[in-house]
Ligand binder design. Structure first.
Ligand code: PLP
Length: 470
């Protein structure tokens, strides 16, 4: 949900006009207004090594986005992963996941080591799809075990769960949904948990965590016998990098248990080390029934996502008689395609071997210290938030009123950073209400010098943007 900046830097010496032109004439880019794009100086990324990428013009960038959308957790150029994928493809490239595969089984076992309360791994190809599978499980359970009434899924304002119609129906970024209706029925929202913009006008310390308790209000309004699950990001990502307060998840958990509602945590962004734990929810006192993940699962070296459930949820399917269609009647052709789990397995081994969770905690602390300093230095920075190597800076034009800056100003800061050789992200321009947050998600391998480089570029770019604004 973040966008790398368009840059207007002069052409480098390795100008590859052909590929830039071919790209311009043939590719329909994601999240892109093509009239503007065609007159801009777009990046065609051609190489990556460690934390850095190079574009077709020969410009090198320190990538503080992990591939634009927080994916390349172990960094670029990992030949070890590429070799494992190659060997696996030569040995056995594909067979439908109705059958087993060696990497599929090994990777599932590895993932479950990191999620000891969970029992089963269901493979698919993208974050949206992993969430769709979870929604289908919830709906099917409602039909198998009852009359189908307990099928509703509650989602949270400002969360994003994907691009397909079901996933978008459960997304709380309303501008993102504009013009794509009608949406799937049975999805209902509750309030977000951003203290900086408390939906109840309270402040932390003087509230009763109403944002979490709003879930109960919505369950009661809808009727507890109609609500099957709640889906939440552990830390809202594209909606503005919003970590909940420590009390939040225990309250959510208690409400879910009270009303027999499954708790689905969407770890598509936070999963696999981004926050300094294997999964974002592991910072909080909570035990989900379903965990979905995608981006960092194989760090972008292959497409893979997973819907991981507790063994007891799996058993509820297993207990159903086959003749009453009591099994999960779902398949995606390429789900579990062997390249994905083969890449995922080496990805996790690298995180373990290089002790990257530890690095994330250390470098994350450095990053947060630096961001707090930037907040003191720059009036433009209204709030800084984050956990591990996952951080957001919310930009405001008036600190007292917390007025979000115009989208162009956030874009200008990102563009200045790119000119200074650092790619940063920002909340999506189609997220009109809160498109004023800059997002940082460097790879888990970031060094102290990389973090300093990111902070230095931000410092300069904020100064440049505020001078222009003055
Ligand atoms: N869930 C979250 C929290 C996300 O941020 C995203 C994508 O950014 C998705 C789901 C959708 O993942 P994908 O783009 O792989 O379908």
């Amino acid at each position: 949900m973040i966008q790398t900046a368009d840059t207007n830097t002069d052409s480098g010496s390795n100008l590859d006009q052909d590929i830039i032109q071919t790209d311009r004439e043939t590719v329909w880019h994601h999240l892109t207004q093509h009239t503007q794009f065609e007159t801009s100086d777009p990046m065609v990324i051609v190489r990556g090594e460690g934390m850095r990428v190079t574009d077709a013009r020969g410009r090198e960038f320190l990538d503080a986005t992990s591939g634009g959308v927080w994916s390349v957790n172990v960094g670029y150029g990992r030949t070890e992963i590429a070799d494992a994928v190659r060997e696996q493809l030569v040995e056995m490239c594909y067979f439908a996941n109705t059958a087993g595969s060696i990497p599929g089984a090994k990777f599932a076992a590895k993932l479950l080591e990191k999620l000891p309360q969970m029992g089963r791994v269901y493979y698919s190809n993208s974050g949206s799809e992993a969430n769709e599978k979870a929604y289908k499980m919830v709906r099917q359970l409602a039909h198998m075990e009852g009359d189908g009434r307990k099928h509703k899924i509650i989602y949270r304002d400002r969360d994003y769960h994907g691009t397909t119609i079901g996933a978008l129906s459960s997304t709380g970024q309303f501008e993102r949904k504009e013009q794509y209706g009608p949406f799937a029925p049975g999805f209902v929202s509750f309030k977000h948990c951003c203290c900086y913009r408390c939906p109840f006008g309270k402040s932390y310390g003087n509230c009763d965590i109403e944002c979490a308790r709003d879930l109960e209000t919505v369950i009661q309004q809808e009727g507890p016998d109609t609500v099957g699950a709640v889906v939440l990001e552990p830390i809202t990502a594209g909606g503005g990098v919003i970590p909940p307060v420590p009390e939040y998840f225990p309250i959510i958990q208690q409400i879910c248990r009270k009303y027999d509602v499954l708790l689905h945590i969407d770890e598509v962004v936070c999963g696999l080390g981004r926050t300094g734990e294997w999964f974002g929810h592991q910072h909080y006192d909570v035990a989900p029934d379903i965990v979905t993940m995608a981006k960092g699962v194989a760090s972008g070296y292959a497409a893979i996502s997973c819907t991981v459930t507790t063994e007891s949820l799996f058993e509820r399917f297993k207990a159903q008689p086959q003749e009453r269609l009591g099994y999960f009647r779902d398949i995606s052709t390429f789900a579990g395609c062997t390249a994905g789990p083969a890449a995922g397995l080496v990805n996790v081994e690298i995180i373990e071997r290089e002790k990257l969770l530890h690095n994330v905690r250390e470098r994350g602390a450095q990053l947060m210290r630096g961001l707090e300093w930037l907040k003191q230095e720059h009036e433009l920075v209204g709030d800084v938030r984050g956990v591990g190597l996952f951080a957001g800076l919310e930009l405001v034009s008036d600190r007292d009123r917390r007025t979000p800056v115009a989208e162009q100003l956030a874009a200008a800061v990102a563009a200045h950073c790119a000119e200074a050789g650092v790619l940063i992200g920002r909340t999506n321009r189609s997220f009109k209400e809160f498109n004023n947050t800059l997002c940082l998600s460097p790879a888990l391998i970031a060094t102290a010098a990389d973090i300093d480089g990111i902070l230095h570029a931000l410092d300069q770019s904020l100064a440049r943007a505020s001078n222009k604004q003055a």
